[in-house]
Design a protein around this ligand. Sequence first.
Ligand code: GLU
Length: 455
Amino acid sequence: MADAHTVVTRIPPSPTGRLHIGTARTALFNYLFARHHGGKVIFRSEDTDRARSTAAFEQEIIDGLHWLGLSWDAFSRQSENVARYTNLLNNLLEEGKAYLSVEHAKDDPSREVEIIRLRNPGRSITFRDEVRGAITFDTTELGDFVIARSRTDALYHFAVVADDYESGVTHVIRGDDHISNTPRQILIQEAIGAPRPVYAHLPLILDEKRAKMSKRSGDAIAIMDYRAEGFLPEGLVNYLALLGWSPGTDQEDFSLDELVEAFTLTGVQKGGAVWNRDKLLSVNQRWMRKLTDAAFIERGGLAEKSLDVAKLNKVVPLLKEKAHTMGEARTLLEGELALLFSTPQLDIAKLTAKEPADRPGITAQLLSDTAAVLSSLPEEPSSEETKMLLMPRADAEEAKGKGGRGALLWPLRYALSGQERSTDPFTLIAILGTAESIRRIQTASARLIAQHHAE
Ligand code: GLU
């Protein structure tokens, strides 16, 4: 057991569903608070609902939290703690703080069951919430509420209080939706002689319509769906931390370690925290940009695509500029940027789409001149030096009359990419390398000349 001054928090998910963003955010705050204070975190699988709890959900929750970078110091399952609950229930019965009551079963009134009710002193209870301040409840209306279906079948609230007591939990940090459970749990604490922990109830996560975030809100709510989409755990953790907590400074980017350092309950807001996918995307993009190029390729699983490694390395800056998730990066490589890895199919009519009307047939010449000029570049030119070499030539075409710079830049870009829309030709040349760029441009020029002869 922890000594009197150690902070102990808990991560107590119910394994009755997937790991949701709300559960992950609450787990994160418990983790941050405990680590900030050099304390301990307990993971507790709240599987009292035997019918709906599954090992697969429990595993997904554990895997998801580990993926986010969270860890804990102890692990327990409520289903394995039954003997302890029975002991505590027996004590309460002996002390007269609870009593057995023979009643008709709820689901089948013809059957009689012996349930256990707490003798409720029925007074008003005030507890201090670190987020909301003092909260007062009148507990008379709760009556002598049921705490167990039998000596061996403790109900949820009893199990929670018994476990928090056993683990020496000092701080209960959980969602707002548990505020109304708190007076009941305090009454149970007082009956079993457990100290009252500090409470902090976190604001709910709301969707853009300010309704509780749910499947109907549109965006994914399962952490593993964000993982599959190619979000980085660094990005998601950073974003989740800012959902309902603010550092009180302008800092927006926080690693998990930096969050541990900065986190305090005073920074938690009262009002609902609105989920904003655009913000999540931009936070995630910033974390993707912080990766080295090699780490980007590896973390994005991009090397598995068996693409030309040299080109892949050169395309990373472009991916960092455009993609917000690794999924987007993969889509770019398969779509818009696939042209870099395989020879484009050219549509001759498109090559000459911007040919100046007053200089028919000029495109082939412009392309072969450009190919010749490019041979003065090193094999791996930067896009800047390529631009410095070619821009004056595009300007010269503009000076010659109709067509403007596009007279050169359009067929050049199309010859390199085979696409009507793509990244600028200088970036393309830098990624393709000088030799392959020249080859693509010469191919386009040769096709134009061949077509001209055929006419
Ligand atoms: N098992 C509860 C839940 O998943 C947590 C209860 C608590 O934090 O006290 O919502």
